[in-house]
Design a protein around this ligand. Sequence first.
Ligand code: PMP
Length: 477
Amino acid sequence: LSAKAIESDAVVKPVSGLGSLATTSSSLPTPEDGSEPNRTLVVGGQGNYLHLADGRKILDACGGAAVACLGHGVKEVSDAILSQVATISYVPWGFLDSQSRRDLSKWLSQTSDGHFKKAWITSSGSEAMEGAIKLAHEYFVWTGEPQRVNFIAREESYHGITLGALSMGGHLVRRGPFESLLFSGVYRIPACNAYRQKLPEETDEEFVSRKAEELEQAFIQAGPDTVAAFVAEPVVGAANGCVPPSPGYFKAMKAVCDKYGALLVLDEVMCGMGRTGSLHAWEQEGVIPDIQAIGKGLGGGYVPVSAILASGKIVRAMEAKNATFTHGHTYMDHPVVCAAALRVQQIIQRDNLIDSVRSQGQYLEKLLRNKLLDHSNVGDVRGRGLFWGLEFVQNKATKEPFDPELQIARRIHETALSDPYNMALYFGQGCAGHAKGDHIMVMPAYNVTREVIDTIVDKLAAVVDDVFGKLEKKDID
Ligand code: PMP
């Protein structure tokens, strides 16, 4: 598994004949200059565009992995970073504090109506999930149930790349070589994927109660009083391409967790912080998590930042024991990171960008459905807010996926990135529970305009025609 496969979901094999990336074999850089094959040099960026060393401007339709929520080059954020560096650049988290950490923690608590009482500011989504898992277990140490060492998590999910987080995830490709190192105490249940799983005659209620029954059975199999938490992404991201839950799903799952005294840990690293049209994705589900991980949209890519958020229930248990969370990293609560994240969040709030996510998201959805859903190889268009995925199938009626050897999602990504399209899309392939799925994800910045959305969808439709046209003519390798 190469670094590139980890970054963008696919088992990477070179796809030739598409003339896609700027670095072709004739221009492969030598390792001595620090460069790597197939990683095109970006020299700048502004708004929705990335500027390449070869002079091309790439329309960023995905913000990396849903990271660049404000777009590129926002001076107010770089000013906040510079000002914090000039004030104090590093404060050890164990016994000293910074004002920027206090301000960000207060902001995270206030914007959840006081539900989250404490935030540990970390650097990556994996770190936040690793901490969230440990916190779930330590909560039970504090409350006298240390035997709760097991977790229930889902197929077609991704929770991070470090061992604990990887153990929670059902991302088969990324788990691959490490399978024997991962936790044995993770009980796996199917995802909630209506396109793939809901029977034609089934109502939403029936489908959701089937899902709740799967969770119930996992509790029984694990031994209900051994389970610390059910772990899930409210809207599935990298593992399967923006799959929202069916109506009532999280309420039903939370009821099962409550029945057995287990916690609900939500991973909003990708779908959170406004991406789906509410600050937290769970606000649309009628449930509140006990512990949550956030990441990408928290800092918009300006700094590496994520956070573990704990509800009052967790913090009260900790305080009752006069304990602290047995966890920490050198760069936890970093003042520069906190200052940058706070400024990103203040801009989102000031410019009403979550309202824009909702309205522009509706526009994006309409265009994607109108211009792509009729294509004979587009099986599903799904998502929420500015978080949209397209799943490609060989046969629309049977939903039969493509042969993974064809690397359809990767071809679409590479064709989009090439001239004349010059557009960045996120793609995933061969990683999900139905191991052959091909999907791409469209996740523009929250301040994207309708004109840019028009361009994204027009380009995407042209790329899809281009790739499947070549496939039909067998004009591919
Ligand atoms: N959880 C989810 C839902 C994610 O999408 C990701 C990253 N794609 C992670 C955790 C891990 O975050 P990171 O790559 O920042 O470690």
